[in-house]
Every structure is written in C-alpha cells, then in structure tokens.
Design a protein around this ligand. Structure first.
Ligand code: NAD
Length: 451
C-alpha cells in the first residue's frame, strides 16, 4: 500500500495532473471505458446483484456519463481562479481570488449496492479536480470490483490511479497511509473507523452514509402516481439503495386507500411472478438476506412476504400498521420491505421524523404547497424530494450527501470540485498606495486604532 501511495504521490508532484488537458483526458477515458465495455460491466452487475440491465444503465452507467458530460462542459470555468470582490474601500488596492488547487492523493472507498457509480462518480470528481486516486471497490460486489481492477489501468495510467481490491484487512492497511482526502461510501459504523484513521493524518473526509429515509403521503396526493414512483424508488435494486424510501408515514385512511394502487403497480411492473421477472434484482448475499427476512413480521404483511434463499430472492413486501417498536423500524432496511406507520396528521409525521436521526433523504407526496413548505421549513435531511423519489441523484446542479448520521460532506457536479479541491484564498496587490495604510504600522496610537 505504501509503495502504491508513494508512486501516486510522485506522479502528483510532476504537476501533470493540474492541466485542464490532463483532467479532461481522464474524464474522456472513463467515458470510453464505459462505452467500450458496457456488456462486461452489465454482466458483472448481474452476477453481483442480478441487477436488471435497465437499472444498471439508468442508475449507474448513465449517471456517471451524464456527470462527465456536465463536468466537461463546465470544468474550465470551475477550476479557474474565481475573482471575488472585497469591500468597496479595499477594491482600489487589492484583488481577491479563490484558487482551486488539487489536494494530492485521494482514497475512494466504495459500497457494493451501486458498485460502479459509487466508485467512478467520486473518481470523476477527484480527477477533474487534478488529483491522483486509489479506488477501493467493495468486496461484497466482487465481480464488478474485478472488472474495475482489470479495466481502469487500460484507460488511465496506473501511475495516477490504482484500484486496490480486498476486504477489511486491505482497507485497514490502506487507511494507515497518509492520504490528502478520503471519500467513503457505506455504513456509519465503518464511517467512524474511516474518520478515526483520517484524524491521525488530519485528512479531510467525505462520509456518504445512509439511514432510514422517511416518506410522508398526504391525503391530497395523487395515489396512483405516488404508488408508482414509490414502488419504483423502493424496489429498484431490490431496495438496496441508500436514498430509497425506508418507511411511510400517513393517516390510516391513506394507508387503506393506497393499497389497491400498490397492488396494481406491482402487477404492472412484475406481472404474475416477481421471481420470474427480469426487472427485479436480488439481495447481495446470504447475510443480508437473513438480516432483511428477520425484519419482516408476517402478521403485518399485506403484499409480498415471499422469499427463496437459494436465489437470495425477497419479494417486494408491504407491511401495514407498523409501530416504532417493531424490528423493521430498528435499523435501515436496505431491502425490499416497505413499512407503513400511521399518524393522525402531518405535524405528528414531522415530530416523528425530527425525533430520529437526520435522514439521507426525505420525501413528501402532496398536492398542496403549504404542506411542502411545512416539511421544508421544519425538518432536515440530506436531500428533500417533493412528489418524487431517487431522481435527485441525477441532478448535477444540487449537492448529494447526508447530514448528521447520514453523512458528512457532499459531491456531484461543481460540488465534487469543491470537495476534492483546496479553495485557496489569494490576495494580490502592488507596491503602490502603501501610504494609504499607514495606520496599521507601529507605533500604534489611539488615533490610528480608531481610523
Ligand atoms: P460495504 O460493506 O461495501 O462497505 C463499504 C466499504 O467499507 C467497502 O469498501 C468495505 O471494504 C469497507 N469496509 C468494510 N468494513 C471495513 C472496516 N472494518 N474497515 C475499513 N473499511 C471497511 O457497504 P455497506 O456499509 O454495507 O453499505 C451499505 C450502507 O451504505 C447503507 O447504510 C447505505 O445507506 C450506505 N450507502 C450510502 C450511500 C450514499 O451515497 N450516501 C450510497 C450507498 C450506500
């Protein structure tokens, strides 16, 4: 690990990575990698998660490519020193700038649920900012990890970017090295380990974690559209999505009213048999399969509930009349189980959300801007979706990241450049006009102090 980091450090010291030409060439190389190897990448994602090709294309490959296109369009402007105006009295003598400087060698630790997107999108940000990087894909999606290890060196000089594969021992060794930035995606327990290791070297971190993302459904919502968007966002990748709706808050009446719409949507999405459908992923491994199954209380299941360990299959499952004490509410579900908790009104929903950890995402379905404003002004979350779920991940113009337990820092678009750069304050003046600032020099006096 030490040799790898030293190699990258030497490459960074050549200053090659700082030019716009180098940066844009690396982004184009990643785009080319995705274009020339799409079939192999789709196969790897299928082996790891039985990910349907459409989900792999829409929620992994296209997101990376759109990010590259957006970044290439704006990179020249983003990385130029930004002129900022000081206060009026200082303008005649001083010019001020924010200079975006690459940090050096970054470590990117990815998670298994979107193993391509969660490694390559941060890598795009790191390279666009002029850094070198070590990429550590998750060992729980080994096929995608192997493909990344094989392909990346074919497209990007391995003196500048290295893939290190392995599990806890390898990551622990990596974390002993001094990096200039660590970008981690995964659970909060390991996030704390990463932060502790980073503290030793005073290395800045971004922690992209998760948590229980709530949804409030108001009685004014269009329940068919709500059911459709919810079911898509919750059951894509079999619920293994960090910003997937985790649980629903609504009144008892809304709970009853949405059920037929949910059943209709499941039928439309997956036909008679979800298990036979090509549009439904599988749970990543047996440990997670057992964990998710253990969260389901069959007496509260109104749709789904079936499972098959041999295929790591758990059907899209809806549970009604769940209470905060139920197991399913004790941890992030990260699987295809959607519990409903009933509340009497939206204030109760707001209080419930505020009594728990700050979520990664919060979604509200309603047809009334007063309700939207109420949630916007009285709750917090990494992101907030009104009448839609998940799609915020594709908008490069807004930051992606958590708050509190759901994470530290953010990325995407210009926010990736801010994350992977040092924003250096630059002040420029000439030798002219020094007499104007006579009052700062000793000997000090009351009249100078009051100037
Ligand atoms: P994981 O098991 O793949 O772990 C993430 C990374 O941490 C892996 O690369 C792994 O090798 C490394 N790791 C594991 N144990 C470690 C240790 N002891 N020391 C050092 N490194 C270690 O993924 P996970 O944690 O199961 O991911 C699921 C969680 O991640 C969920 O909470 C989910 O919400 C969250 N997540 C967040 C985002 C986001 O963008 N905010 C995206 C995806 C997942």
């Amino acid at each position: 690990m030490e040799v790898i980091v030293n190699t990258l450090r030497k490459s960074f010291a050549t200053n090659l990575t700082k030019s716009y030409e180098w940066r844009s060439a690396q982004l184009l190389a990643i785009e080319k990698l995705l274009d020339e190897n799409q079939t192999e990448l789709l196969d790897a994602l299928k082996q790891d998660l039985n990910k349907p090709n459409q989900e792999s294309i829409v929620l992994e490959i296209s997101l990376i490519k759109n990010g590259i296109v957006h970044c290439l369009k704006n990179l020249k402007t983003w990385v130029q020193p930004q002129k900022v105006n000081p206060i009026f009295q200082a303008r005649a003598v001083y010019s001020t700038y924010i200079q975006y400087q690459p940090l050096g060698v970054c470590l990117i630790i990815g998670a298994w649920n979107y193993p391509l997107m969660l490694t390559l999108v941060p890598l795009v940000g790191a390279l666009a900012s002029g850094n070198c990087a070590v990429v550590k894909p998750s060992e729980l999606s080994p096929n995608t990890a192997k493909v990344l290890e094989k392909l990346l060196p074919k497209y990007i000089d391995s003196d500048f970017v290295r893939v290190v594969n392995g599990g806890v021992p390898e990551t622990t060794k990596l974390l002993e090295q001094k990096f200039d930035h660590i970008f981690y995606t995964g659970n909060g327990t390991v996030g704390r380990i990463v932060m502790q290791a980073a503290a030793k070297h005073m290395t800045p971190v971004v922690l992209e974690c998760g948590g229980k993302s709530p949804v409030y459904i108001d009685e004014t919502a269009d329940l068919l559209v709500t059911a459709k968007r919810l079911a898509w966002g919750k059951f894509a990748n079999a619920g293994q999505t960090c910003i997937a709706p985790d649980y629903i808050l609504c009144t008892k009446e809304t709970q009853e009213k949405i059920l037929p719409f949910l059943k209709q949507v499941f039928e439309e999405f997956y036909g008679d048999s979800v298990k036979k459908s090509d549009s439904y992923a599988r749970i990543v491994n047996e440990r997670h399969f057992d964990r998710i199954l253990n969260l389901i209380d069959q007496s509260k299941v109104v749709v789904g509930g079936e499972s098959d360990k041999s295929q790591k299959f758990i059907a899209p499952t809806v549970m009604f009349n769940v209470t905060p004490e139920d197991k399913v509410m004790s941890e992030e579900i990260f699987g295809p189980v959607l519990p409903f908790i009933t509340v009497n009104n939206r204030q109760e929903a707001i209080d419930f959300i505020n009594s728990r950890d700050k979520p990664l995402a919060l979604y509200v379905f309603a047809n009334d801007d007063k309700i939207y404003e109420d949630f916007q002004n009285n709750t917090t979350s990494g992101s907030f979706g009104y009448n839609d779920v998940l799609v915020q991940v594709g908008f490069e113009c807004v930051p992606f990241g958590g708050v509190g337990e759901s994470g530290i820092g953010n990325y995407h678009g210009k926010f990736s450049i801010d994350t992977f750069s040092h924003q250096r304050a630059v002040l420029k003046t000439s030798f002219f006009g020094d007499s104007l600032s006579y009052f700062r020099y000793p000997p000090y006096s009351e009249s100078k102090t009051n100037k």
